[in-house]
Design a protein around this ligand. Structure first.
Ligand code: MYA
Ligand code: JJ1
Length: 388
């Protein structure tokens, strides 16, 4: 059972399949004057702090909390290691609220022991564009687990989102909660198979040798598509048009404008890579692909401490076949020394995963909306949203 989640305006397990319940907000907004004005109570040894992500010192404290306490795989071999540059990017999009970057400190030592964040987003659900918070980076220090701190943090971020007159949220988790709008599968494409096998990320297949495996995953030295190049600032209007048109076909997707595209998709070193195809004849922008950089710490390996992973982000093909576009993305990721290229089975990704030698991982990612009911569970291919 889920004592906390059963008390929240989210789809409940008991309501699955009940088609009498309407799609849309579960609870109506209240007057802002009715939103609780004081923070929720923490256990007496702890205090709230708003984390200033523009401050290098604070950004470093958040980085270290997450580096040591954030998400691990089911066998505790790898732990996400989001960089400071990445966190600063992920948490400061257009119109962000400083008050949504919430920390908990030990009163005595001032040590940061927990964290949760929201950033604003416009998310379209069918034909409604809804202002939401994207909630991410929920983390409680390993020594403070199972003390019901997470529900207090979730209630506090909810309160601060409500104070901005926003009543819905989107989030993902590796655990099943009431109730996913869809469940996606992680897929992995080896770029550096020897290292992946050495660190236990993957295994030598049956009847495979190391040299046969290395050959299987070999890629050309440079992309194949004429006009394939890095995205630049001047491309923002064309990429926005391409992406908006593409995302319009999915049931749930972000409603990106040019400011959002500049922030979320313009290349930024060791954070986000974006490429496009400019027709050599017409100079039209016809295709687009992107991936973000999220390394993992390798826990307890003698020879390697970091796994360099690229994660597929938004990809659009109108002229270059998606398969060829993503093969070029793999080629540039390999040239940039990534060890593995990861993707979810969202949007049209299923059309290239098997052919480009991705294999299914042991992890799944569940997507959720807060205070918004979806009548039927979506297929991953109906989802046009990637959270970081
Ligand atoms: S997902 C990434 C989450 N982080 C990690 O997995 C890092 C490693 N783990 C930890 O730091 C802790 O284990 C966490 C739980 C902090 C996850 N999402 O304090 P507890 C429920 C939501 O005793 P702890 C991400 O960042 C659990 O079911 N709820 O547990 C998106 C139980 O409730 P119930 C979760 O292990 C976050 C209660 O917490 C999650 O010490 C989206 C137990 O609390 C989870 N990932 O701490 C948050 N894990 O009894 C929701 C456990 O009911 C946002 N729980 O089963 C909602 C929208 C808010 C804004 C709304 C605006 C309008
Ligand atoms: O990375 C993941 N799994 C890897 C490593 C498994 C190590 C042992 N548990 C994996 N490797 C197989 C790769 C192989 C390559 C050749 C082809 C066949 C496949 O499966 C998994 C995803 O699969 N990652 C995690 O478990 C991390 C947590 C995922 C949930 C994330 C929650 C995020 C919160 C968001 O806000």
């Amino acid at each position: 059972t889920h004592k906390f989640w059963e008390s929240q305006p989210v789809g409940q397990f008991k309501d699955i399949g009940d088609s009498s319940l309407p799609e849309g907000p579960i609870e109506s907004p209240t007057l802002l004057s009715e939103v609780k004005q004081e923070p929720y109570n923490l256990p007496s040894q702890y205090e709230w702090t708003t984390c200033d992500m523009e401050s290098d010192v604070t950004c470093d404290e958040v980085y270290n909390l997450l580096k040591n306490n954030y998400v691990e795989d089911d066998e505790n071999m790898f732990r996400f290691n989001y960089s400071q540059e990445f966190l600063s990017w992920a948490l400061r999009p257009p119109g962000y609220y400083r008050s949504w970057h919430i920390g908990v400190r030990a009163k005595a030592s001032k040590k940061l022991v927990a964290f949760i964040t929201g950033v604003p987003a416009r998310i379209r659900v069918r034909d409604e564009v809804v202002k939401m918070a994207e909630i991410n980076f929920l983390c409680v220090h390993k020594k403070l687990r199972s003390k019901r701190l997470a529900p207090v943090m979730i209630k506090e971020v909810t309160r601060r989102v409500h104070l901005e007159n926003i009543w819905q949220a989107a989030y993902t988790a590796g655990v099943v909660l009431p109730t996913p709008i869809t469940t996606c599968q992680y897929w992995h494409r080896s770029l550096n198979p020897k290292k992946l096998i050495d660190v236990g990320f993957s295994r030598l297949g049956a009847r495979m040798t190391m040299s046969r495996t290395i050959k299987l995953y070999k890629l050309p030295d440079s992309p194949a598509t004429p006009g394939f190049r890095k995205m630049e600032l001047r491309d923002v209007p064309a990429v926005t048009r391409l992406l908006r048109n593409y995302l319009s076909q999915f049931v749930v997707a972000p409603d990106f404008d040019e400011n959002d595209v500049e922030h979320w998709l313009l290349p930024s070193e060791n954070v986000i890579d974006s490429y496009l195809v400019e027709s050599p004849e017409t100079h039209e922008i016809t295709d687009f692909c992107s991936f973000y950089t999220l390394p993992s710490s390798i826990l307890g390996n003698q020879n390697h401490s970091a796994l360099k992973a690229a994660y597929s982000y938004y990809n659009v093909s109108t002229k270059t076949p998606l398969l060829q576009l993503m093969n070029d993305a793999l080629i540039v990721a390999k040239q940039k020394d990534f060890d593995v290229f990861n993707a979810l089975d969202v949007m049209h990704n299923e059309s290239f995963l098997k052919e480009l030698k991705f294999g299914p991982g042991d992890g799944q990612l569940h997507y959720y909306l807060y205070n918004y009911r979806i009548k039927h569970t979506l297929r991953p291919s109906e989802l046009g949203l990637v959270l970081l």
